[in-house]
Every structure is written in C-alpha cells, then in structure tokens.
Design a protein around this ligand. Structure first.
Ligand code: ADP
Ligand code: ASP
Ligand code: MG
Length: 404
C-alpha cells in the first residue's frame, strides 16, 4: 500500500470542527487505499499565545524551558486528532517528537534534525493504526526536548516522509497552494501548479512562509515530492518536485516578501583582511543566521559592514557585534528593525538578463528606495523600508504580469 504523510497546520486544526474535518479526511484517504502518517501543528495561534504567556511571566526565558513550553501546543492537537479518528472508528495512536524518534542537536528553539528513528511509527502502521505525530519537536542528543524553529512542523512531516519512504508529503494549510505572491497581500495572485525544489527553496528562503525552508531542503535532498494544498477546499494544490527539463521555465515565478529581519550596521571598521571573518565567525558560533551582507567601498581606510538577521536574533547579534567592536576597531554598531525584503524568484532568470534592471525601475517608479541588494542565480532581493514593502510587492506582481 502506498504511504502518504499528511501535515496539518495551525488553522487546519484550529477548532473542534476543523479537527473533525481533518479526521474525516484521514479516514477517507485510508479508504482510498493509502496508509497515512499524520503530523499536526499546534491549534490556531496557540504557539504565539504560549510565547506571550512566557513574556508575561518573565523576561528571562531559558531556551530549554521555552522549548518545553512550546511543545505542549502540538501535544494537544495530536491527542485531539486521535480522539476524532477514534470517533470515526479509525484506530490512531499519538506520538511526541521524542517518541517518534526525531533526534536533534541541542540548539534549543531552532534545533536541527540529526537522525530519525521511525521504529514506533512503523510498528503502529504494521498494526493497522494511524500514527499521529506532534510536529515541530524532537529530543536532543542531550535528551532534552527541542523545537525546530517556527513553522517546523513542515520539517517534521518531510523528515518522516523521507525515512518512511512515503510516496509524497501533503502539506495542508489555509491557502490552496503556493501562489505567485502572498495572497493576503496580492488578492490577484495566481496558484502555481508545479514548482521545482530550487524555486521553492528560494521562495521559502525569501519569506514565502507557506513552507518552512528546512522542510524544502529536506525534500530536495531526499527526493520527497511535496503537495501543498488546502484543508478547507481539499482541491489539488501545488506540486513541488524535481525540475522537469522539458518544461519551459518562467522568467519570474513569484514575488515574495519578508518582514521578519532586521539590519545591523558595524560602522567604520578598518578595511583589512580578517575583519569580516572575525565578525561573521562570532555570529555563526552564536547560531545567528545572517542573510544579506553589504560592505561599502572604503573611504580613508575604513568601511561600513551591514547585514540582516532574523529579528528574533537581533538582541543577540547586537551583543555579539558590540562585544567585538573594540577589537574590530569599529566606531559604532547600530540596528534598524523597520526594514523588509522584497524578492523575485524564477528559474528562467538564469538565461534572461535585465530582470534586475526592470525590478529596480519598478521600485523607483513607486518611489521605493533600495537599501541593500542581493542575488542568487534564480533570485533578486532588495531590502526596503518595511512600510513600503506591500506596495512594492503589488507593483512588481503587476509589472511582471504574474496574475496571468
Ligand atoms: P500553516 O499554519 O498551515 O503552516 P502558514 O501560516 O505557516 O500556515 O503558511 C500559510 C500562509 O503562508 C498563507 O496563509 C499565506 O498568507 C502565506 N504565504 C506567504 N507567501 C505565500 C505564497 N507565495 N503562496 C501561498 N501562501 C503564502
Ligand atoms: N506551531 C509551530 C509554529 O507556530 C510550528 C508549526 O506550526 O509548524 O511555529
Ligand atoms: Mg507553516
């Protein structure tokens, strides 16, 4: 029998009625002749609620305790989904990340999966049961409970699909697929039928939060086809899989935006070898994921280095940079949280020069100032003011004719 991993996000299990609808779909999938492993997120916005609760209790939140707290959300969902399945006469059994054998490193709040032992899930499947796994969590090699970073249930699902040899991993969410832009910002955005892993990686990396970046990396590395679809309409959605060389590649596939980053500037550092190495090594050791980096041309032997980091890591990044400033010989370290990134992604960009020029012209005509630019072979990103980013997304979506 083919095996499907089905992941249900927060809104998909947001209330009792939704949980029953999910159970009903799982039961139907089984009747259709597939084995199913279910992965669930915490209900609705309960992860945000738990984070708020923590900050109401204390400004001191040891990462180990934060992880312990947040994993409670997914536990609630998994037990309730099992009860709903039981009510439909489907035998189901819930597993925490630890029980499912998701072993991670010990970087609390953004742990990386190092191994997946799916034995208990295989046993449950063998006994004709539906395993329901709490997403977003694992157990570290130090035997502590960990979480995989926001949106991490996607990663749990894809990792399980890979190790159990599932034919596909279905990601059920509140939109019917991956769109040419966030449909909340661009109502005319179009659903994309097929995407390559490469394009989806750049979409996820540049803010299209419909899939967590790690989950796409996992899917590409282990050749797991992904099907992103709606748990409200159940219609077919977007397939993300290996590139089909016979398909014509769109120059621009999607416009994405990201408001989750902040900019740090280390001003007036001496322009000599070793400065950037020292700074970015220290940030890496603090587990900060640095994104765009810009270094100015030097003036009188000194230069400014600016880079973007997740806002959640801003305080830590400032601490690291300020701590190093005297050693680096820098005058000052400043930060700016009111930034956002807007990006164009498309595999056809490789062979179509001029996309950047058009992008900059569109932003100029909207009066949007570009503060930083970075590119990959299939993506162009611009850092702009946060309050201008939605305008930029809509203008680019229209200029590149993406609704068609
Ligand atoms: P879930 O709780 O199911 O994991 P998320 O909120 O993490 O759901 O992801 C779904 C959301 O991603 C959508 O509601 C949508 O607003 C947002 N999104 C951003 N960019 C895109 C895009 N290009 N296509 C589809 N959805 C997108
Ligand atoms: N509940 C977690 C979050 O809100 C994980 C997830 O939903 O994927 O980030
Ligand atoms: Mg998500």
């Amino acid at each position: 029998m083919p095996l499907l991993v089905q992941k249900y996000g927060g809104t998909s299990v947001g209330d009792p009625e939704r949980i029953r609808a999910v159970a009903d779909h799982v039961a139907r999938t089984r009747r259709g002749g597939s084995e199913v492993v279910v992965v669930v997120s915490a209900m609705g916005r309960s992860t945000d609620d738990l984070l708020r609760l923590a900050s109401e209790v204390s400004t001191s939140q040891p990462p180990r305790e934060l992880d312990m707290l947040l994993t409670a959300g997914e536990r609630i969902s998994m037990a309730l989904v099992c009860m709903a399945l039981s009510g439909l006469g489907v035998e189901a059994v819930s597993f925490t990340g630890s029980q499912a054998g998701i072993i991670t490193d010990s970087t609390h709040t953004k742990a990386k999966i190092v191994e997946v032992r799916g034995d208990r899930l295989r046993e449950a499947l063998g006994a004709g049961k539906v395993p329901v796994v709490a997403g977003f969590q694992g157990v570290s090699t130090e035997r502590d409970v960990t979480t995989l970073g926001r949106g991490g249930s996607d990663t749990t699902a894809v990792a399980l699909a890979a190790v159990l040899g599932a034919s596909a991993c279905e990601i059920y969410t509140d939109v019917p697929g991956v769109f040419s832009a966030d449909p909340r910002v661009v109502p005319e955005a179009r659903r994309i039928g097929r995407l390559s892993f490469e394009e989806m990686l750049d979409i996820a990396a540049s803010g299209g939060r419909v899939l967590a970046l790690r989950s796409v990396e996992f899917a590409r590395n282990h050749h797991v086809p992904l099907h992103v679809r709606s748990s409200f309409t159940w219609e077919p959605g977007t397939w993300v899989q290996e590139e089909d060389p016979s398909m014509e590649q769109a120059v621009v596939t999607a416009v994405t935006h990201d408001v989750s980053e902040a900019k740090v500037t280390v001003a007036r550092v001496p322009d000599r070898p070793g400065i950037a190495a020292r700074l970015f090594r220290a940030l890496a050791e603090a587990h900060v994921n640095v994104d765009t980096i810009v270094q100015n041309t030097s003036v009188e032997g000194t230069t400014d280095i600016s880079f973007t980091v997740p806002r959640d890591d801003l305080a830590l990044s400032m601490e690291v940079a300020r701590g190093l400033a005297p050693e680096l010989g820098s005058g000052e370290v400043t930060s700016d949280s009111a930034i956002a990134k807007v990006s164009l992604v498309g595999a056809g960009m490789r062979s179509n020069p001029g996309v950047s020029a058009t992008m900059f012209e569109v932003l100029a005509s909207e009066g949007v100032n570009i503060e930083m630019i970075s590119t990959s072979s299939i993506r162009i990103s611009c850092v702009v003011r946060e309050d201008a980013v939605e305008r930029a997304v809509r203008a680019l979506h229209e200029a590149f004719d993406l609704e068609r």
